[in-house]
Write a protein that binds this ligand. Sequence first.
Ligand SMILES: Cc1cc2nc3c(=O)[nH]c(=O)nc-3n(C[C@H](O)[C@H](O)[C@H](O)COP(=O)(O)O)c2cc1C
Length: 243
Amino acid sequence: MNVLVINSSPHLDKGNTAHVLNPFVEGMKEAGAEVEILYPRKMKIMPCEGCFDCWLKTPGVCRHRDDMAAALPKLAQSEVWVFATPVYVDGMTGTMKMFLDRIIPGAQPFFELRDGHNRHPRRDGAKEGGKVVLVSSCGFWEIDNFDPLVHHITAYCKNANREFAGALLRPHAGSLPALIQAGRAGEVITAAIDAGRQLVKEGKIAETTLQTVARELLPMEMYMKVTNTYFHQTLDANTGKKT
Ligand SMILES: Cc1cc2nc3c(=O)[nH]c(=O)nc-3n(C[C@H](O)[C@H](O)[C@H](O)COP(=O)(O)O)c2cc1C
């Protein structure tokens, strides 16, 4: 199984999102998957101009000459796409969205009906039955901070004719690095590894596994207190003023 991961966290493989993504990738590899990770932050990706040249003038080829030219065939050849993004302003990062916008050369302009809905036929021969997994982390405590992002990716999967295979979501992720260091997040990391194994071996991820990845790590009041203390101390030290 070929897996293409797009990790759009500006913190690359060291961020909160990567703390969940890395064990997930480990599990997929252990189960035999070939995994490649792209980091939009390191790539040259111009924003889509909306010119439709890639549909109507130079079919399948974008007018921009940048790193998306090499990424498009990789997408077409991968059965699983993993979109990894921290929650930014209740959605995905700008770099993730720029990447996704630039996938449209892989579709043809024509309208067709799929499940009673207007869609575009694919041009790039992307593998049938392809899956998408979302991996995300967010700073706020509540799990519902992921709702708009999950909704977006679910809609995208219908649009792109790919199966949404689940979301590894890590709320109150600000606490994750410290809790990992303290050995108190082992269950979350193990569940992320299991999710990778399950996806490759069984073609799906158990709901209970996803729930463990997202499970409460500490009570909200405590998380707010710890976080605010850190912000006060850092701000005071950086500015020399007491907040
Ligand atoms: C520009 C920006 C916008 C953010 N917006 C949200 C938000 O709307 N909701 C939320 O819970 N966290 C938000 N966060 C916090 C990040 O989602 C959180 O710190 C995440 O774990 C960072 O992941 P990373 O270390 O992989 O980059 C935002 C952070 C930044 C920098």
